[in-house]
Design a protein around this ligand. Structure first.
Ligand code: ADP
Ligand code: MG
Length: 328
């Protein structure tokens, strides 16, 4: 199978059919129509074997995650996803692997109405880059800046599951409860980007971002972009039953703060809008938890039942700390 046959077979018709794709896979570049009155929202993210997922991961999960992490960025902007491009670097052209990879990508793309409109294919160590593009009505995108002192800090879903799931998948954590193990590993392998909730929060939240590097790593970015201090009551962090079934509350909170890969949304929310956004979340079968508030000042603070946390908390940083990397 040569490169062109590979592209034709696995990537020529992935995702939704969209009328705004005038020219998709097959020419030198794609031709795409941005609807009138809309702004193009674009983001790109790379996942690398041994760094972002264990080598030997199911290819279906790799395809899903490569798109999911990008959809999560659009969710955080309150954008409607439309188009994706895929730059794929592969050690070899294994048909079974490609079939599963393209399947994982295609299922999630279809679920969100996204068309794969182009990409690039090269040989080398397994690395998957997806660029996502979507729309917001002009001037309505959610940003990290824009929060006000007094706004509530809220998160969707539960935190820390993915961190525990990765530890289970790589064997550094064990449990005899296979249903719980399966649930947590799925949270790592098949994260759910909160696209519909991001749309519901547009025009209501004053600031938003997605959580990819752990709350402790990401919250300072929102606080600093908004020019405020962010305070978190650590006892309010939403923890799933599955996570609490395999870990002490202390360990579960440590994952929730630092593990990363949650792909939940973090939002700043005027107090008067809390009830209505919570109702939107409920309609989507999603938890929305208030975990703290924005205050005048800068930096972040963490308390547990009113007392400052004893240990400083840190998120994941690829260049500063490599302790959470999957392999050497
Ligand atoms: P060029 O040499 O002009 O860059 P390529 O051979 O790289 O062309 O790609 C041919 C066509 O296939 C282009 O339309 C490109 O966008 C698309 N393509 C290449 N690789 C992928 C991929 N992995 N997924 C989707 N489309 C791809
Ligand atoms: Mg090319």
């Amino acid at each position: 199978m040569d490169e062109f046959e590979l592209i034709r077979r696995y990537f020529a018709h992935v995702g939704a059919d969209r009328a705004d794709v005038r020219l998709g896979v097959g020419d030198d570049a794609a031709l795409l129509e941005v609807p009138a009155g809309m702004q193009l929202v674009a983001s790109v993210d790379t996942i690398v074997a041994g760094r972002h997922f264990p080598p030997g991961s199911d290819a279906r999960s790799v395809g899903h995650r490569a798109l999911a992490v990008n959809l999560s960025d659009l969710a955080a902007m309150g954008a409607t996803p439309a188009w994706a491009m895929l730059a794929l670097t592969l050690p070899d052209a294994d048909p079974d692997w490609l079939e599963r990879f393209a399947g994982g990508l295609a299922d999630l793309a279809k679920a969100h109405g996204v068309a794969l409109v182009g990409g690039d294919t090269t040989a080398g160590a397994l690395t998957v880059t997806v660029q996502i593009m979507g729309f917001v009505p002009r001037g309505t995108a959610l940003r990290r800046s824009g929060a006000c002192a007094g706004d509530l800090l809220a998160v969707t879903g539960t935190l820390g599951d993915s961190g525990a799931g990765l530890a289970l998948a790589t064997g550094s954590l064990r449990t005899a409860d296979s249903a719980v193990a399966h649930e947590l590993i799925e949270r790592f392998e098949y994260p759910t980007p909160r696209v519909e909730f991001g749309l519901a929060a547009r025009g209501i939240a004053t600031a938003a971002m997605d959580l990819s590097d752990g709350l402790a790593g990401d919250l300072p970015k929102l606080a600093s972009a908004s020019g405020l201090h962010a305070h978190v009551d650590v006892e309010r962090l939403p923890l799933s039953d599955a996570l609490q079934a395999i870990a002490s509350t202390e360990q579960a909170r440590a994952w929730a703060l630092s593990a990363g890969d949650d792909y939940e949304l973090l939002l700043a929310l005027p107090r008067q809008h809390h009830d209505s956004l919570r109702a939107s979340a409920r309609q989507l079968n999603l938890r929305l938890s208030v975990i703290g508030e924005l205050r005048r000042g800068n930096g972040v603070s963490w308390t547990l039942q009113g007392s400052e946390l004893a240990h400083p908390v840190e998120g994941y940083d690829h260049f500063r700390r490599a302790s959470t990397q999957i392999t050497d």
